[in-house]
Design a protein around this ligand. Structure first.
Ligand code: ATR
Length: 294
């Protein structure tokens, strides 16, 4: 029989053996996860598909029971489900418990739900891949105290970071975030601060990470510039679209090393992919394809 386009793993159609993965969110149509996982599955010739499911918060438990009943392998969760998934898990990895958020669920052969947080190590993986700092001796300034900030701070602490200042418009929220994590990392020096440049020792930081959306989508601009950072500093933004935020542009023009959120997106996906398939994600190929889409 001659080879046709249908023999190509990229165009192989689902059949009765196909296993299902997916992402739930509300909304979910903006998610890039299907564009990451489907090419990765196809690249490895795995008979699996990854779909996006818009699940209303009221239907979360019903949807999860349905996923188990249908024999799905697992799924990712995005806003607003990451916190609400916690009590639905049969097993929770300690990191997800500490952060209070699950972004990856694996469903085992017995239909048990295992909850993980791959967002947190995803940031550190991405940073280490591009700018391998010595985290235990690095002094970090992180801007913002929302859900994204919580994951990044937990990832840094887990990787051995000892000095982190969380600066936020509402300092009480930064205090709460650090209070929730401090008990698990007693040796770390953690500080909450107002988001005001003049109150921060900018010249002392090795790493600046922005987790707010300030400066984008017509939001007010970030009340802080990288100008007083030392020349060794690395400046990161968890946004990947646009690839260069106003903060990253200012840092680059100043000659500092920069990192956007694309690597974090890929690395969290890569860890989830391995949890489900037992195989490493072909990250180089996936990154190349994604860059073409963005
Ligand atoms: P996410 O979960 O995506 O991180 P979030 O929980 O809404 O989103 O958090 C948004 C972050 O941006 C918060 O740190 C927020 O500060 P507050 O905790 O004070 O609300 C910050 N933020 C949003 N708009 C801001 C503004 N105009 N000025 C300063 N900080 C702002």
């Amino acid at each position: 029989m001659s080879t046709t386009a249908f023999d190509n793993p990229f165009t192989r159609l689902p059949d009765s053996q196909t296993r299902l993965l997916g992402v739930i969110g509300h909304p979910v149509a903006h998610s890039l996860s299907p564009a990451i996982h489907n090419p990765a599955l196809a690249w490895l010739g795995l008979n699996m598909r990854y779909l996006a499911f818009p699940v209303h918060p009221d239907q979360l438990a019903t949807a999860v029971r349905g996923f188990v009943a249908m024999g799905m392998l697992g799924f990712n969760a995005t806003v607003p489900h990451k916190e609400a998934l916690l009590p639905l898990m049969d097993h929770l990895e300690p990191l997800a418990q500490r952060i209070g958020a699950v972004n990856t669920v694996r469903i085992d052969e017995q239909g048990k739900l295992h909850g993980y947080n791959t967002d947190a190590p995803g940031f550190v993986d991405s940073l280490m891949e591009s700018h391998p700092l010595d985290l235990p001796t690095s002094n970090v300034l992180l801007l913002g105290a929302g859900g994204a900030a919580r994951g990044v701070v937990a990832g840094l602490l887990e990787a051995g970071c000892q000095r982190i200042t969380v600066a936020n418009r509402t300092p009480a929220r930064a205090q709460q975030l650090l209070h929730d994590l401090a008990a698990h990392y007693p040796a770390a020096a953690l500080q909450a601060a107002p988001l005001q440049e003049e109150l921060l020792p900018m010249g002392d930081y090795d790493l600046l990470i922005n987790t707010t959306l300030l400066g984008l989508h017509g939001d007010p601009s970030l009340p802080l510039s990288p100008q007083r950072l030392p020349s060794r500093a690395v400046v990161c933004d968890i946004v990947y679209n646009p690839p260069e935020t106003p903060l990253l542009q200012a840092a680059r023009l100043q000659g500092l090393a920069t990192l956007n959120g694309l690597g974090m997106l890929l690395q969290q996906a890569s860890r989830a992919f391995t949890l489900w398939t037992g195989q490493p994600m072909p990250i180089v190929e996936v990154r190349q394809r994604l860059l073409g889409l963005l």
